[in-house]
Design a protein around this ligand. Sequence first.
Ligand SMILES: Cc1cc2nc3c(=O)[nH]c(=O)nc-3n(C[C@H](O)[C@H](O)[C@H](O)COP(=O)(O)OP(=O)(O)OC[C@H]3O[C@@H](n4cnc5c(N)ncnc54)[C@H](O)[C@@H]3O)c2cc1C
Length: 518
Amino acid sequence: MPHVIVVGAGPGGLTSAISLAGLGFDVTLLEAKDRVGGRMGVVTDGTYTFDTGPTILQVPQVLEGIVSRAGRKLSDYVELRKVEPNTRITFWDRTSIETSTDRAKMAEEMAKFGAQQPANFDRWLTAHHEKYRLAWEKFIAYPADSIPDYFNPLRLTSTLPYKPWQTLATHLDEAFGDDRLTYALAYPSKYLGLHPTNCSSVFSVIPYLEFAFGLWHPMGGFRALADGLARCFTDLGGKVRLNAKVERIEIVGGKAKGVVLAGGERLSADAVVVNADFAHAAKNLIPQQHRTRWTDQKIEKLRYSCSTFMLYLGIDRPLDELRHHEIYLSKHVTDTSPLRLEDQDLDREDPPFYLANPSVTDPSFAPKGHSALYVLVPCPNTAHPVDWKGQLNRYTEMVIGRLRLVGAPDLTKHIKFQKVFTAETWRDEFFVHRGAVFNLSHNWTQLGPLRPRSQSEDVENLHWVGGGTHPGSGLLTIFESANIAAGHLAERFGKRAPSTPVERVPPVPPEILRAAAR
Ligand SMILES: Cc1cc2nc3c(=O)[nH]c(=O)nc-3n(C[C@H](O)[C@H](O)[C@H](O)COP(=O)(O)OP(=O)(O)OC[C@H]3O[C@@H](n4cnc5c(N)ncnc54)[C@H](O)[C@@H]3O)c2cc1C
């Protein structure tokens, strides 16, 4: 049985390991830290518990598909619950919208922004049923192995009616003509390292996924999802080694032959799949002579996403007035000055932020009658240094004070636990290049075959998965990177391909299609 080593047990490593074990490979998963999950980690003081990274699972069918193709059932490992409403978004003018998969509720919410908006929304959503299918099949699930193949005009003609050259801001403005709705739907572009004014309209598929498939929460938190995936992998016969930091990939005669661990232990393998952050791992684990395309200079020239300032707050009271997911959009989200577009400067005046209050859905975060708040504020990555030491307390106080903007009461007296992460935490403790937590930006020059590919171009039997690789940095695209790598390894070792891109397009829920047809 061919032996595959997977380096890193983040979401990309865990799902690759499951896919490969399901295909019959002998798989060893090596993780530098003392737990699985990567950025999908945990902070706890024993009373309050927080997920460190992802709080939103979109289109759980992708993950279910991976686990079921490996012969297991995801529900045996973790319980997923749909969150309703999806998100409450509060705007700079203090108006707000609650988003939902419930079409009647969305019509009501949209009507608050003008009598024409429910019909505009219906039209927009209906146009996306097909746009979504094409985007998934042609961009998200499609292996980006060659530039001529990926950008073949014949392959892409069916996408042209959707004007992929148009910016996301123009597309949404044409659909709604209201800045608030444009920025509400476009906000995920922040997590792509982009701004709606410099981001392709292709990415309107991300808000569509939210309206069509909803937002999902793993009970026990995303840490329980990581643990569940690791259990599934070991049930399939895989081996997990924690505290096993890989120091370098062994490359002999242009082929990956195994890894060397910190401490000197050598492990041999027929193939190596790297899930550690692409830019960090390329620079640190693979000598320059084996990287003709991704040289150190090239890696430094790439465009990276913002980082995040994180605040994890244990509160000694329930906060039922807050939704599970809250977003505050300040007027600054519409600012297109270079400083803001590229997040080169810390916004000390009016930063947009996201808040999660998972205790309204899941009792595992805080004792009864208490709450565990997670606050995420986009901030510069470490290429644009911030004097965190000098201003951490002031900045933290400012952010806590501004939680009132999403309806949180004055919390100062109720904070019983507090932990902060900055870009430096992500860089130093999670091994993320520049602390750019959403990895490389998703501009056209860093997409598809122009992004790091699943199959190394220089080294045989070396593969990449995770947010820094094709197709991109959210959980569902990371899971697709695992599917793509599994497809390549199956082919390389003469196994049946586990699935095709067309088979992997999750069907739109019938109630969403039905409602649109009315
Ligand atoms: C604050 C935050 C919020 C996010 N929110 C969402 C969200 O709501 N929804 C969503 O879809 N996405 C979200 N994301 C984006 C994305 O889902 C996560 O960043 C995801 O965890 C990245 O997964 P990954 O597998 O690419 O890498 P990682 O999670 O970084 O995993 C890589 C693993 O490799 C290990 N490693 C590194 N170097 C070595 C080495 N030398 N040897 C062995 N192991 C090594 C690391 O310890 C780590 O465990 C969020 C990210 C962050 C940071």
